[in-house]
Design a protein around this ligand. Sequence first.
Ligand code: 2AM
Ligand code: CA
Length: 266
Amino acid sequence: MARSALLNVMVQAAMKAGRSLSRDFGEVQNLQVSMKGPGDYVSQADRKAEEIVFSELSKARPGYSFLMEERGAVEGDDAQHRWIVDPLDGTTNFLHGIPMFSVSIALERQGQIVAGVIYNPALDELYTAERGGGAFMNDRRLRVAARAKLSDCVIGCGVPHLGRGHHGNFLIELRNVMGEVSGIRRMGSAALDLAYVAAGRMDGFWENNLSAWDVAAGILLIREAGGFVSDLSGGQDMLDSGSIVAGNEVIHRALLKTLKKPVSAR
Ligand code: 2AM
Ligand code: CA
């Protein structure tokens, strides 16, 4: 498959960071982690991966700005272009030896996401999308699932936990959705969840309290795979609001409505 020069740059950065994560993940699995504790080890793996992505992208496109999970915002000379990077999405999985983690890189041009790459090094699955050019996993073109009834659907979500999110709101959302669908999944990497919706593996997804780097690349993947994405109010403020709902056109709409079902209608 011929990729654009831009996607090549992003793929190279994501795969190089992914290889570094894979090596460190092997150590986590073999319990070779230092006595300082697995938390410190994982933070180091995370920072190493971010350094690789930062240096690869800066070399290939000098001057572009960055928004990265660890470094935060880095202003470049070129204010039109901004990389949005999560070097390790699914940190808790990584720490526990669960191979569901990813590197996520998106490029924004004048505020619009124009390219996205998500790489799961443990499964060697590479997701790519460029605006107007479709979405791919490795060399295969992606299309969101076509299911039209929530009762046939597997829906992914994120579950808030100790110190995060609004537990009461989530329980209401879950209660609304669980009674209408054929299965709920919670994988622990929002970037991969969105890639799975693009690939038609899951029919839909919702989560709250995410950051821009968790979702930027995944949003483009889903759109380029023919899917629909919004925030929980139905607007397009996913990057700032941190909430996201995704699916094909029918399931996206049904999910939005079901999530918001008033208490009295249950
Ligand atoms: P992480 O693994 O990079 O932390 C799981 O529900 C999803 O939520 C993951 O994509 C996880 O990304 C993300 N997440 C966890 N803590 C977060 C935080 N404090 N802010 C934003 N996203 C977070
Ligand atoms: Ca993340």
